[in-house]
Design a protein around this ligand. Structure first.
Ligand SMILES: Cc1ncc(COP(=O)(O)O)c(C=O)c1O
Length: 384
């Protein structure tokens, strides 16, 4: 795979890109929403184009080819053999989080949500009527970890589910087997459910880490799990909308399906075609993209090393860096950095004031401009 594939700057202004439209007409570079400025995988584009050769884009039943591709992908990448019956195709992971919570109303009254986390997690209590209980992650040297002492106090028969995110957005943490086993043990012992968002799992930047679906650990946690996957982040086609829930327990799966009736439209034929191509991929494309992203992460972290007032932690997975600006003591860091030409995600929305999230899924040239602005902004804001 040629590095020029990823180096090429692709103009997105004028394409109604949410990421770029937010700052239309302003000199603000967008490093916010988790959508990359790198090209969608070429085999994904080819598959969508091929589907367009047929002149009708009607309502589409789940094609057996996409099911087979996904089952094969889980087996090949994670050694997890799932039954086709366990799968529920849904238009997105966020709807999946909400269907899961609605399915669990009555099972308990609370949702435990480790924070900081991708903002839609924090809205799930509101859509389900369940009570949200946040469980702060701990910063342990260079890594963010689950606080298992706190979790042990919080989890109970009142817990409808733990909303889990691995690889973790925004911290970029990939939990190891021991941590997953500890969470699984707590979930099973309390007869609750883990809803595990694993959308970022192909995006492994630290080659010492290996993603493990929590439900693949053993049959007990599988029976207490709803796992959410999607090809849209790693292969970069979030705009097509495609995700799949893996729910081994029949009763839980029925409840999930019932909770989604009337709320989920069918997936588009282009989404299915694109997903099948992504899940069937055995080329070196993903490795090459991950290596490019790891290079971006290294460049950003090296630059941050000598920018005073901003701290961060290594990114094991995702293309997101979680920046701690608390030393700068700014009332509204996102607004301050925006005023300096940087569109970043506001930590407040992730349950963490004083932090910003930086999406480095872009060509290096754009990242360099972002780093330049970050350096200038930090220096001016520290002096103000
Ligand atoms: C952790 C996580 N889950 C879910 C999503 C969104 O998924 P979808 O577009 O399939 O709803 C994102 C997008 O940023 C994400 O980072």
């Amino acid at each position: 795979m040629d590095i020029d594939t990823f180096e090429r700057y692709i103009e997105r202004r004028g394409t109604s890109s949410e990421k770029w439209e937010k700052y239309a007409g302003r000199d603000v570079l967008p490093f916010w929403v988790a959508d990359m400025d790198l090209p969608t995988a070429p085999f994904v584009i080819d598959a969508a184009r091929q589907r367009l050769d047929h002149p009708i884009l009607g309502y589409t039943a789940t094609p057996p080819a996409v099911v087979e591709a996904f089952v094969g992908w889980l087996q090949r990448r994670y050694g997890w053999q799932v039954d086709e019956q366990w799968l529920v195709w849904i238009p997105g992971v966020v709807p999946g989080l909400n269907f899961a919570a609605r399915a669990l109303v009555g099972q308990g009254e609370e949702l435990i949500i480790p924070v900081p986390v991708y903002p839609p997690f924090l809205k799930v209590p509101g859509t389900s009527g369940l009570r949200g209980v946040v469980s702060p992650l701990l910063r342990d040297g260079p890594l963010w970890r689950m606080d298992f002492d706190a979790l042990r106090q919080q989890i109970s028969s009142q817990t409808a589910a733990v909303l889990f995110c691995n690889p973790q957005n925004p911290t970029g943490r990939m939990y190891d087997r021991a941590e997953l086993a500890q969470l699984a043990q707590l979930v099973v012992a309390n007869d609750t459910v883990v809803v595990s968002d694993e959308i970022h799992c192909p995006l492994v930047l630290d080659r010492r880490c290996r993603h493990m679906p929590i439900a693949s650990l053993d049959a007990a946690i599988a029976a207490h799990s709803i796992s959410l996957f999607a090809p849209t982040k790693a292969y970069n086609f979030p705009g097509l909308g495609c995700a799949v829930a893996v729910i081994p327990d029949t009763c839980l799966r029925e409840r999930f399906l019932n909770a989604s009736v009337g709320f989920a439209s069918s997936l588009s034929p282009l989404a299915y075609a694109a997903a099948a191509a992504a899940f069937n991929d055995v080329s070196n494309w993903l490795d090459a993209q991950n290596a490019y992203l790891a290079g971006n992460a290294a460049r950003l972290l090296a630059a941050l090393d000598d920018i005073e007032g901003i701290e961060t932690t290594p990114v094991q997975g995702t293309y997101l860096a979680w920046l701690d600006l608390s030393a700068l003591r700014l009332a509204d860091p996102a607004a301050c950095f925006e005023a300096h030409g940087l569109g970043l995600s506001d930590g407040v929305e992730f349950g963490a004031p004083g932090f910003l999230r930086f999406n480095f899924g872009c060509p290096r040239s754009l990242l360099e401009q972002g780093i330049h602005r970050l350096r200038q902004a930090a220096s001016e804001l520290a002096d103000s």
